[in-house]
Design a protein around this ligand. Structure first.
Ligand code: FUB
Length: 322
């Protein structure tokens, strides 16, 4: 069953990363909170300070909020803004990947560990070496190899890393003005899931003619909200186009890409941001997403929702209209 009601209404939740662990559906969302900070392109209004994990036995059934799974005050390196997280399991442990600004205001990605999917998670004392920007999405392939996708432009600071080092003067540029769009990033995770094994690579998204998407192509280029899922042996990389508010996907034969643009998954929702995950549960495919309807349209007070999605015979995801 799917409908357009928020999964929970006692807290605001966003950026849902859904996974099936031990036959149960777990959702790892951001926990939106009220703030007096005015909306700005920096994203200062997204001032989140902890994470809650949600779980359910059935889509459409009761949802359990497992309480605080990780709090900002317990993360030694983080200064503020616990943004979109994701979780993975391997080696009998559960790993929560999350972005935060460090004490100097630069976004990096941390990892925290638990022996149960709902947490609480114990954070590593330092961020993942070589990590930067926001919106980590983990993916453990059938062969056991694990990957972390990440990146977000504008407030997510991806545009500051084109030289491989943080360049604060590049911040106000927001993104490339001509040529190819900035690519999201991917790194292979180490066997213990706590560090990057290989150097960070670009996630290349091509158009149907085999050309990388252009910076000016705001209806299709990557902005933030990376997600990876596998369907019929193909790798589906999906993401938000940010300022044009679409959720799109691109398909490839390899988890490291390249990926060819496939189309839209979700039209714009109420609220500036759009962010999602795609998961198979009990033989059906679901899109978890958020909108700001419960708060009457406040961009930083969002709620997670779920809807069933469908593929056609060619493996194309059919567009959902919220
Ligand atoms: O929740 C804060 C930020 O808003 C996320 O990191 C982005 O993906 C957007 O949803």
């Amino acid at each position: 069953m799917t409908d357009n009601k928020p999964l929970v209404t006692h807290i605001f939740t966003a950026d849902p990363s859904a996974h099936v662990f031990n036959g149960k559906l777990y959702v790892y969302p951001s926990h939106d909170i009220k703030t007096d900070i005015e909306d700005n392109d920096n994203g200062d209004q997204y001032a989140m300070t902890d994470y809650h994990v949600l779980s359910m036995e059935e889509v459409g059934g009761p949802v359990t909020d497992h309480g605080v799974a990780l709090a900002l005050e317990d993360i030694l390196w983080a200064g503020k803004q616990l943004w979109a997280p994701d979780a993975a399991t391997k080696n009998g442990e559960y790993y929560l990947y999350y972005p935060a600004r460090n004490k100097e205001g630069v976004f990096q990605i941390g990892v925290a560990i638990s022996d149960v999917p709902e947490g609480p998670f114990k954070p590593e004392p330092t961020p993942i070496e070589g990590s930067f920007s926001i919106d980590p999405a983990s993916f453990v392939d059938e062969d056991g190899e694990a990957y972390l996708y990440f990146g977000g432009i504008w407030g997510g600071q991806l545009q500051c890393w084109t030289s491989g080092k943080f360049d604060k003067d590049a911040y106000s540029q927001m993104e490339a003005q001509s040529g190819y769009a900035l690519f999201p990033k991917v790194a292979k995770l180490s066997k213990d899931m706590l560090s990057f094994d290989d150097p960070v690579q670009d996630v290349v998204i091509l158009d149907k003619e085999g050309q990388p998407l252009a910076a000016a192509d705001h209806d299709r280029r990557f902005f933030e909200a990376a997600w990876m899922h596998k369907y019929n042996g193909k790798y589906y990389f999906s993401y938000s186009t940010g300022d044009t508010h679409f959720l799109c996907y691109a398909v490839g034969d390899n988890p490291l890409g390249p990926f060819t643009y496939g189309g839209r998954i979700l039209d714009p929702v109420l609220g500036w941001t759009t962010h999602h995950s795609v998961v198979e549960f009990k033989g059906k495919w679901y899109l978890f997403y958020h909108d700001a309807s419960l708060s009457g349209g406040k961009n930083h007070l969002r709620s997670v929702k779920v809807t069933e999605i469908f593929y056609n015979r060619e493996g194309e995801i059919q567009l959902t209209r919220p």
